[in-house]
Design a protein around this ligand. Structure first.
Ligand code: HEC
Ligand code: HEC
Ligand code: HEC
Ligand code: HEC
Length: 266
């Protein structure tokens, strides 16, 4: 607990110390965002065949487990089908690059534009019948993200993902670990279920606890990178929270480039 929280607690604002200061910035009402692809969605692309919301991404049963993504209801591409930023001849990149995976490959299961968004593993209702589900409705807008939102499989023109944090990693240390390259802010870490989890505190929640409004780093253990020791990596959802109602699904507003400056010490 921070000193100001203790102060508030003494003043009797006990509730404020715990929950209100775990402030999330915006209510996570996915229903009101372009990520509601069902018939009630407000975004440019909606499917009339179902009023379900979560089903386009998650399933309670039978999800794809080829990458570490939560109960994923979409088929994930083979990592090798993507071209990554690492192949741009940047003179300054130092982080090692992992195969496209983790939460990024889940985002890309729509945002690479290669499969229609009504292509689900477990369709609504009993059993699974993808063809019948696709035939049960029509798309308003398009069955894939459009314009810049269609990122494609060539990721060289996108901020690096699947990249080790810290300019070549971190030096072990808790609860805050120094980075190899001081151009990056030191990430915080804690152990949850025997795995070390990492994040970079944002200006919104700079309190050393892991909040959805901090930049999440994703623990990946990749053969050949630091001898298989789990390292924090930057993925799509480091900057974005697919559940937030912030503009462009950013974890925090990017006013003053707060998203960029959370990690880059520039
Ligand atoms: C557009 C895709 C998408 C939709 C639609 C979606 N989710 Fe998610 N959800 C994700 C992704 C991606 C993650 C992992 C995010 C991360 O790594 O922070 C996630 C994480 C979660 C988590 C765990 C982390 C957290 O935020 O608590 C829960 C629980 C969850 N989703 C529930 C739901 C429910 C319930 C719905 C429907 C109301 C839903 N999701 C709709 C993509 C989606
Ligand atoms: C979650 C942490 C994080 C956030 C947030 C972030 N970056 Fe990065 N960025 C990285 C990492 C890690 C690298 C890889 C650097 C390396 O290994 O040399 C990187 C690389 C870059 C590069 C390429 C550097 C090179 O040497 O080729 C640029 C440019 C960049 N970021 C700009 C931005 C901008 C602009 C923003 C805000 C929109 C941003 N970054 C937000 C972590 C982050
Ligand atoms: C089920 C398909 C699906 C998945 C999975 C998905 N998205 Fe989206 N996303 C969409 C659609 C559809 C739009 C609206 C696209 C358009 O403008 O054509 C969108 C829009 C966005 C936008 C732009 C919002 C705006 O206001 O312009 C961002 C940012 C975004 N998604 C990030 C993500 C990230 C990050 C993930 C993974 C954590 C993710 N999405 C996963 C379908 C998806
Ligand atoms: C380092 C931070 C960072 C990472 C990593 C990142 N994004 Fe973004 N993304 C942003 C920011 C900041 C914006 C808002 C740009 C703007 O305002 O034009 C954005 C915008 C978008 C948009 C909307 C495009 C537009 O400008 O209309 C989509 C879609 C999107 N991101 C998807 C993704 C997906 C999918 C991934 C992973 C493959 C990803 N992002 C990784 C920071 C990031």
């Amino acid at each position: 607990m921070k000193p100001y929280q203790r102060y508030l607690q003494r003043l009797g604002f006990a509730a404020l110390t715990a929950s209100a200061f775990a402030w999330t910035g915006a209510v996570a009402e996915i229903e009101l965002t372009p990520h509601n692809l069902g018939s009630t969605g407000p975004g440019p692309n909606t499917f009339s065949g179902t009023a379900e919301i979560c089903v386009f991404c998650h399933t309670p049963h039978g999800g794809d487990t080829s990458a570490a993504v939560p109960l994923w209801n979409r088929t994930l591409a083979t990592p090798g089908t993507y071209t990554t930023y690492s192949t741009v001849s940047s003179s300054s990149i130092t982080g090692q690059v992992a195969p496209v995976g983790s939460v990024s490959i889940a985002c890309l299961s729509c945002h690479d534009g290669t499969q229609a968004m009504d292509t689900l593993i477990n369709t609504p209702g009993s059993g699974t019948n993808p063809a019948a589900f696709s035939a049960s409705g029509t798309w308003t807008g398009n069955d894939r993200p459009q314009g810049l939102a269609n990122i494609g499989q060539d990721l060289r023109n996108d901020h690096p993902i699947g990249i080790q944090y810290g300019g070549g990693g971190i030096t072990a240390g808790a609860p805050v670990a120094p980075t190899n390259d001081p151009d990056f802010n030191a990430p915080s870490n804690t152990v949850i279920n025997t795995t070390t989890v990492w994040w970079v505190d944002s200006e919104v929640t700079p309190d050393g606890t892991r909040q959805k409004t901090d930049m999440q780093l994703y623990t990946r253990s990749v053969a050949g990178i630091d001898a298989g020791v789990s390292q924090p990596f930057v993925e799509c959802a480091s900057c974005h929270d697919p559940h937030t109602s912030n503009a462009t699904f950013l974890r925090v507003s990017n006013d003053g480039s707060a998203v960029c400056l959370a990690c880059h010490n520039k």
